[in-house]
Design a protein around this ligand. Structure first.
Ligand SMILES: Cc1cc2nc3c(=O)[nH]c(=O)nc-3n(C[C@H](O)[C@H](O)[C@H](O)COP(=O)(O)OP(=O)(O)OC[C@H]3O[C@@H](n4cnc5c(N)ncnc54)[C@H](O)[C@@H]3O)c2cc1C
Length: 395
């Protein structure tokens, strides 16, 4: 089959990374963009949709937007209003709900009475009120009592969760992941302390839809880019899919972690105290999400989703998290070098293209930077007068 479409940019993936780039390329540079998405919908992992009771469901796990970047917040705010939302999480430990990240309230619940009070004072003295210290730092602490506290927190809250989440012992996991788990030296029980936090008022899917609504942007969902790439004439490609798939696994397949979601319907308005509850114990799931917390309206029915971490099997389930260790980093580097060699043609982006865990604000920030570096500061020109008149070239 011959060429059906001619575009400036072929964007693979309609998640936040692809949508941000496509929006900028079309709106600012007047580029013609084709966005190809393997799933049946746009939005990537941030995809949400209302259930039959009007509760918005985060189909691929709870997604809370939080950022300290004014640039990213202002950018996304062009496409959505925000519902104010402050994320709080509890963990069920020995039948009791305790705040996570672990804070001084959690410490006092784990170690009641005078012993707990003493630990609180020692933590404040050693690290300062309001500071945050990683559980691994505490385990290696010179103060034996704080070391014992570190061990307790590690055993009760961290170890079981981490093993379930990653299918490995924490020592086997890259520090960039374990280091993410802090102990907060205050009673602040907010999960994030970023300047901006919220949930898009009409949902993430509606936000991404508005980003992509432009006469220069065409979207194909339910299509793997490999099925159509021969029919698209493109100058450059932004690739937000799995980088190992881009090169057909020639250096070996990268490891990922997957999830299975189990939905439980209960006909009351709310069941859980917080939107997310962690289960570090013997249960086979890591957390439960109650979606109703993300909508301001009360409904007669609530949906709870339990998350069961799983081994990723190519073609069978979704690659939700890169499984980072020294070996996988080395493997990724080989693919990144390959990509560099064809850098004038293909740019890698997003959590799968970059093989890194990215929060949504980081995904948006990276795509904005790619746009600035590869389009605005490049010699590429898009004859916007011609392009803005319509899609004549697409017919
Ligand atoms: C369970 C879970 C919870 C999360 N919670 C939060 C949170 O609370 N807050 C937060 O900030 N971030 C959260 N994140 C991270 C957030 O999902 C990412 O930041 C965001 O999805 C990154 O967008 P992306 O476009 O890079 O990737 P994706 O959203 O994965 O989009 C990439 C898209 O490319 C498509 N694709 C892949 N290969 C092909 C192909 N061959 N052809 C066509 N299309 C292809 C995929 O189908 C996918 O839709 C969470 C992630 C997970 C997994």
């Amino acid at each position: 089959m011959g060429v059906l479409i001619e575009v400036d940019w072929l964007v693979v993936g309609a998640g936040l990374s692809g949508a941000t780039f496509a929006e900028r390329a079309a709106n600012v540079a007047g580029a013609r963009v084709l966005v190809v998405e393997r799933r049946e919908h746009i939005g990537g992992n941030a995809f949400d949709a209302n259930d039959e009771y009007g509760v918005r469901i985060h189909r691929f796990g709870a997604h809370i937007f939080h950022t300290s970047s004014v640039k990213v917040w202002d950018y996304l705010s062009r496409f959505t209003a925000w519902l104010p939302y402050v994320h709080r999480v509890v963990a069920e430990v020995d039948g009791v709900s305790l705040p996570v990240p672990v804070n001084l309230t959690t410490v006092l619940a784990l170690v009641p009475g005078n012993a707990g009070e003493r630990l609180r004072e020692r933590l404040i003295k050693a690290h300062g009120a309001g500071s945050s210290v990683s559980v691994l730092t505490l385990i290696e602490h010179p103060d034996p009592d704080l070391r014992a506290l570190g061990e307790l927190v590690y055993e009760k809250i961290f170890l079981g969760y981490t093993m379930k989440q990653w299918g490995r012992r924490p020592e086997e996991i890259d520090r960039s992941i374990t280091g993410r788990v802090p102990i907060i030296v205050s009673h602040d029980d907010r999960y994030f302390n970023d300047q901006f936090q919220g949930i898009p008022a009409d949902g993430y899917t509606a936000m991404v839809d508005r980003m992509l609504r432009h006469p220069n942007v065409a979207i194909e969902t339910g299509v793997d880019y490999r099925e159509i790439v021969d029919q698209v004439k493109f100058r450059r490609m932004l690739f937000t899919g799995q980088v190992d798939e881009l090169f057909e696994g020639k250096h070996g397949w990268l490891p990922y972690r997957s999830l299975q979601f189990e939905n439980i319907r209960i006909h009351v308005d709310r069941v859980l105290q917080t939107a997310v509850k962690n289960f570090p114990g013997a249960e086979p799931f890591t957390r439960m999400i109650e979606h109703a917390h993300f909508s301001p309206m009360r409904r007669a029915s609530t949906l709870i989703t339990a998350e069961y971490p799983q081994r990723y099997v190519r073609g069978m389930n979704e690659p939700y998290y890169p499984l980072l260790d020294r070996e996988s980093r080395q493997l990724y580097r080989k693919y990144a070098e390959e990509a560099q060699r064809i850098g004038d043609r293909v740019v890698l982006a997003g959590r799968l293209g970059k093989y890194r865990y990215l929060d949504m604000d980081q995904a948006v920030a990276h795509s904005l930077a790619i746009f600035e570096n590869h389009v605005l500061r490049s010699s590429n020109s898009y004859p916007s007068a011609r392009l803005r008149t319509g899609l004549d070239l697409w017919a």
